[in-house]
Design a protein around this ligand. Structure first.
Ligand code: ADP
Length: 183
C-alpha cells in the first residue's frame, strides 16, 4: 500500500461535502452530519449562495450560526460556495457528496442532481442518508413558515436558530420591505 506523505491528497482522510442552503440549520441537518461523522473523518458543511431564491438569513448569518453550532465538533468544517458545486468540490479532496432524503418527494430532485453532478465530474459520488424518524417532517422552509406565524420550533432547531428566527420575524415592516421580505 502507498505510504501516506504529509501534504498528500489523502492526508485529510475521508472527507464528505454536505452542500445545502441551511437557511437555517435544523436538527434534521445536524443529525445527518453527526451520522456521517461515523463514516467520514471530516464533513465540510458547504453553504450555497442562492442565486434563485432569496434566503431569510444572509450568508454571513448562516456561516456564523453554523460555526457556533459546530464549535465543539472539530471534524466539521463550515464553508461556503458560489456557482457550480462540482467546481467547488474539485478544489477540495472530497470524493463524496452527502445528501439527506426525507420522502419520495426529495428523491426525484436528488436523483437528477446526483446524476448531473456525476456526469460533470465522473469521480464524484453522492451518498444519501435517510432522515431520522424524528425529523422526516423538518425542512428549513416549514421551520421558517411556523416561526413566521409565531409557532414553536423548539426541539426541531438548535436554541440559537430559534432565537435568531424570533429576532428576524420581529423586524419592523419598514425594515422587512427594505430587504424585500414584504411587498
Ligand atoms: P431544506 O431542503 O430543508 O431547505 P437544504 O436545502 O439546506 O434544506 O438541504 C440540504 C440537504 O439536507 C438536502 O439533501 C436535504 O434533503 C437534507 N435535509 C434537510 N432537512 C432534512 C431532514 N430533516 N432530514 C434529513 N435530511 C434533510
Amino acid at each position: 500500500m502507498a505510504k501516506k506523505m504529509k501534504g498528500d491528497k489523502n492526508d485529510m482522510g475521508k472527507v464528505a461535502i454536505y452542500p445545502g442552503a441551511f437557511d437555517p440549520l435544523t436538527y434534521g441537518h445536524i443529525d445527518i452530519v453527526e451520522r456521517a461523522l461515523e463514516i467520514f473523518d471530516k464533513v465540510i458543511l458547504a453553504i450555497a449562495h442562492d442565486a434563485e431564491k432569496k434566503s431569510l438569513f444572509t450568508m454571513e448569518e448562516r456561516i456564523e450560526m453554523a460555526k457556533l453550532i459546530f464549535k465543539d465538533t472539530p471534524h466539521v468544517i463550515v464553508d461556503s460556495f458560489k456557482g457550480l458545486l462540482v467546481t467547488y468540490v474539485e478544489k477540495t479532496n472530497a470524493k463524496v457528496l452527502l445528501r439527506g432524503l426525507r420522502a419520495t418527494s426529495d428523491f426525484e430532485y436528488e436523483f437528477h442532481m446526483a446524476s448531473m453532478n456525476r456526469s460533470l465530474s465522473t469521480h464524484l459520488d453522492t451518498l444519501f442518508m435517510m432522515t431520522s424518524k424524528d425529523y422526516f417532517f423538518v425542512s428549513s422552509r416549514t421551520i421558517k413558515q411556523v416561526a413566521k406565524l409565531g409557532g414553536t420550533v423548539e426541539g426541531l432547531v438548535p436554541e440559537l436558530v430559534a432565537r435568531r428566527l424570533k429576532e428576524k420575524f420581529k423586524l419592523p415592516v419598514s425594515k422587512k420591505r427594505q430587504i424585500g421580505w414584504e411587498d
